[in-house]
Design a protein around this ligand. Structure first.
Ligand code: NI
Length: 252
């Protein structure tokens, strides 16, 4: 059994064939799907997936750094209200994104830390988006060491950064980037013990080879698992067993 720890299957890219996408994933061995929220606009369709696919899809709640704009306080209030209303498997996805736009960097930091503190209060793990911001994110988490756990999603960092993440006792989400020829991630994962890794697609984005550039879907976790097994010289069963255990252990 494999798990997609990070998929946006609720987005409109899947409106036409969501059921088939889940069916194909299940056939490939992917049995559970963890859904990170983006902002107030994505909540309804995300929660609908939990209703449509009970025991398979699990929602997170959080405000994505790319959705942190002028109105971020209002967005955070909505997240907070939902966290009080019902149980979620994690707070996510939250973090810092310095790739697209640095205008709201200060607000992104505030939003991130506010949500980290909510996670600590609610004893929930966090799922972190850290595009072009791994070092700053690691630094921001230092005061919270041993108080909160979670995943650095779409990890594409160096061995040094991986070590710092392991010191924080966080996991790293490995996705399609692992299959890209130019990615150094192939070498980096050799230095990361399996206990710190989970698998993800981030679908519909970042499809692995041989689907690169096309819509990503959860079934492709299998391709990522195969590539990881190859890189670490392990069997796919070993990779599946460990990454599934890590994911279930974190999300409870
Ligand atoms: Ni994402």
């Amino acid at each position: 059994m494999l798990i997609d720890t990070h998929t946006h299957l609720y987005l409109k890219q899947f409106d036409a064939d969501r059921k088939e996408v889940i069916g194909r994933a299940e056939e490939a061995g992917i049995k559970k799907f963890f859904l990170p929220n983006i902002d107030s606009k994505s909540i309804d369709s995300m929660l609908k997936m939990e209703v449509d696919f009970p025991g398979k899809c699990f929602a997170m709640m959080g405000l994505h750094p790319c959705s942190v704009k002028e109105d971020y306080k209002k967005e955070l209030q909505i997240v907070e209200a939902w966290l009080q209303k019902r149980k979620f498997c994690a707070i996510g996805e939250i973090g810092i994104d310095l790739y697209w736009d640095k205008t709201f960097f200060e607000q992104q930091k505030k939003s991130f830390l506010t949500q980290v503190e909510w996670a600590i209060d609610l004893k929930l793990p966090i799922v972190i988006h850290c595009r072009e911001s791994i070092d700053i994110t690691i630094e921001l988490l230092q005061p919270y060491k041993n108080k909160v756990k979670g995943i650095f999603h779409c990890f594409g960092g160096t061995v040094e950064q991986a070590k710092k993440i392991m010191e924080l006792d966080f996991l790293m989400g490995i996705g399609g980037v692992l299959t890209y020829k130019k990615a150094k991630l192939n070498e980096v994962v050799k230095e990361i013990p399996l206990e710190y890794l989970v698998l993800e697609t981030d679908s519909p984005y970042l499809a692995p080879v041989p689907y690169r550039g096309k819509r990503n879907e959860s079934g492709y976790v299998k391709n990522i698992a195969e590539r990881l097994a190859e890189a670490k010289n392990l069997s796919i069963d070993e990779v599946a067993k460990a990454t599934t255990h890590n994911a279930l252990n974190l999300f409870k």
